[in-house]
Design a protein around this ligand. Structure first.
Ligand code: ADP
Ligand code: MG
Length: 585
């Protein structure tokens, strides 16, 4: 049996042959079997001491291993896998820095309620605990504790099956999140008698239990909804994750209540449906008297329930997490439970009640939608031929192509690239938009695109700001290595926000926001064998994207924008400290 410190994997050379000790198994064998037992079929990661052989064993036993260039991206892939499939995605990392790189994604998964499990090998415990300077020594378990939804350390191979089930349950049950599972090098390499190991495994019953709400909570919510004059539903990514599109459709169809999707809630119900109030966010905040929050939080993305919101709006919050309630604003009717059960119960309760909606509410929202949509179309038309292209020119070219390919999953990050793409591209299917989400982070693009393609087998288009792409660009090579149907579209305006920042010191150094307006990102794609395009006109962009999506091959489109396209911090510049304004361009 290979030891864990060799750095090279013997399993690779003996892949299909009989193990050296047929009656004996290692911690790694037990771990792979435990993962398969709970239905894990894919693992994202980056190997090295002490987990190289673990990845080989997983691959040998039928778990697909997707190897990355940076652990953070492998983690973003695992989180996206979890979000899109409803089963925890798995990330495998090495000790110390690899663990910490991956932990960024695990923390992000926790904030966004994505179910994932980061499994990391860790250095031998005893010298760590005595601070004796062992190889890659770090008390990973305690570092992870504060950032993950839950953290476990497993020191003995006998405990591995229990540890895996606990990690799985913690990741998926209640509010989903990122779970850390620390497996010590000693535990990975420990040898056990195979027959003894057999006895450790069990079939975990009901790994993701339904959690129906209390009847009184549903009655309270239904009474409030039936009495509402100007109700609305806000659809969050919790609803996308919970796969409740059928229930939401039924609720909307039977009550006639308009809906407003959050960014990743777009497409749960069609953005362009007759009751979509996508363009009426401010009106809903100011005028709605009862708002149902369906898997959406009153966090900063909804002004934490303050700002433009009317002080009179009452909320019905459907959520699985009881501590979410009242965290920013008092909630009149909390309904705690899994969304599918809660919506089923609410629909049943509404069937014996009559709505008392103002007759003018929906028509007024529909009139506003029509007006806003025509203004938006005029904006795209005004910019259609701009040279060099700006964000609107490029998006005007992309919009009809994405509309013609509704089953393509859209990954989106950047500042202006994020905001303008979200506003321009309608989604018509659930779970087809993955973006920087609650933390509004940069650097999720390649990982999420890979996770989406691997988890679903669908084509993916990632629309990336040039700065955003830079965080994860090297993992474009992973897209190529695995031959994934991913098209990466880079909006190059030469900078963070834009490329016209001026160095106030007047030296030859670029401004802090300046990147590379003349960079040829297509050459980067070429290095790894992708089909690449460099486009400067909307017609060329249109042809390139059509061809790239149809090919289902790794593709990269470098879209040349003007350096002056885009503004400081996109739509959220107001979040900057006021003093920053004097430096903005
Ligand atoms: P958005 O950014 O779209 O508003 P958030 O991530 O802020 O979405 O909110 C998602 C909410 O959905 C969280 O409060 C989370 O607890 C909740 N949630 C996640 N899964 C479920 C589920 N299965 N049932 C009910 N609520 C859920
Ligand atoms: Mg940019």
């Amino acid at each position: 049996m290979a030891t864990t410190q060799t750095g090279g994997c013997q399993c690779a050379k003996t892949a299909a042959t009989t193990p050296t000790y047929p009656q004996q198994v290692t911690g790694m064998d037990i771990l792979v079997r435990a993962l398969k037992n709970v239905g894990i079929d894919t693992m994202y990661g980056l190997v090295g001491i002490p987990v190289t052989e673990l990845a080989y064993i997983a691959q040998q036993r039928g778990i697909r291993f997707v190897g990355f260039r940076h652990e953070q991206q492998a983690g973003m892939a695992a989180a996206t896998h979890g979000y899109l499939t409803g089963k925890p995605g798995v990330l495998l990392t090495v000790s110390s820095l690899g663990f910490m790189n991956g932990l960024t994604a695990t923390a992000n998964a926790t904030v966004n309620c994505y179910p994932m499990i980061q499994i990391s090998g860790s250095s031998v415990r005893e010298p760590i605990d005595l601070d004796q300077g062992n190889y890659e020594a770090l008390d990973q378990f305690n570092v992870a504790k504060g950032l993950a939804k839950a953290a476990y350390r497993v020191n003995r191979p006998q405990d591995i099956p229990t540890a895996v089930v606990r990690a799985y349950r913690a990741a998926i049950s209640g509010r989903p999140g990122g779970v850390y599972l620390d497996v010590t090098e000693t535990c990975l390499g420990a040898i056990m008698d195979g027959a003894d190991a057999d006895k450790l495994f069990f079939d975990a019953v009901d790994l993701c239990p339904a959690m129906p709400p209390a009847t009184e909570a549903v009655t309270r919510a239904a009474d409030m909804l039936a009495a509402a004059k100007r109700p609305a539903i806000i659809i969050g990514k919790g609803a996308a994750f919970a796969r409740v599109e059928e229930q939401l459709k039924k609720l909307v169809d039977t009550t006639g209540i308009p809906y407003l999707p959050m960014s990743m809630g777009k497409g749960v119900l069609p953005d362009n449906g007759p009751l979509s109030a996508l363009s009426c966010r401010s009106t809903i905040m100011q005028q709605a008297d009862v708002v149902i929050l369906a898997g959406a939080r009153l966090n900063w993305l909804l002004s934490r329930g303050h700002g433009k919101w009317s002080p009179d709006t009452k909320f019905i919050q459907l959520d699985i997490e009881p501590t979410e309630i009242d965290c920013n604003r008092p909630i009149a009717a909390p309904v705690i439970g899994d969304l599918a059960s809660s919506l089923d119960a609410l629909i049943a309760a509404m069937s014996s009640r009559k709505m008392s909606m103002d007759q003018s509410w929906v028509p007024s929202l529909q009139a506003e939608t029509k007006d806003k949509n025509s203004k938006f179309a005029a904006r795209l038309a005004d910019n259609a031929a701009a040279q060099p292209m700006n964000h609107w020119t490029a998006l005007g070219a992309i919009k009809p192509i994405m509309a013609a390919n509704p089953d393509v999953i859209l990954v989106n990050e950047g500042a202006n690239t994020l905001d303008d793409t979200r506003d321009t591209l309608d989604m018509t299917l659930p779970r087809h938009r993955v973006d920087c989400a609650t933390w509004a982070i940069m650097g999720m693009g390649m990982g999420s695109a890979i996770g989406a393609a691997v988890a679903t087998g669908k084509s993916v288009v990632a629309i990336e700001g040039d700065s955003a792409f830079g965080f994860s660009g090297m993992d474009f090579s992973t897209i190529c290595r695995y031959g994934l149907p991913v098209t990466v579209v880079i909006f190059n305006n030469g900078g963070i926000y834009n490329g016209i920042g001026v160095n106030p010191a007047g030296t030859s150094d670029p401004a802090p926001t300046t990147l590379d307006i003349h960079a040829r990102y297509d050459k980067l794609g070429e290095a790894f064998g992708a089909t690449t395009y460099y486009v400067t006109t909307p017609a060329d962009l249109s042809n390139a994207l059509t061809e790239a999506i149809a090919s289902r091959k790794p593709s990269l489109i470098d879209v040349q924008l003007g350096a002056d396209s885009g503004k400081e911090s996109g739509h959220i510049g107001f979040l900057n400290p006021a003093a920053l304004e004097k430096f903005t361009v």
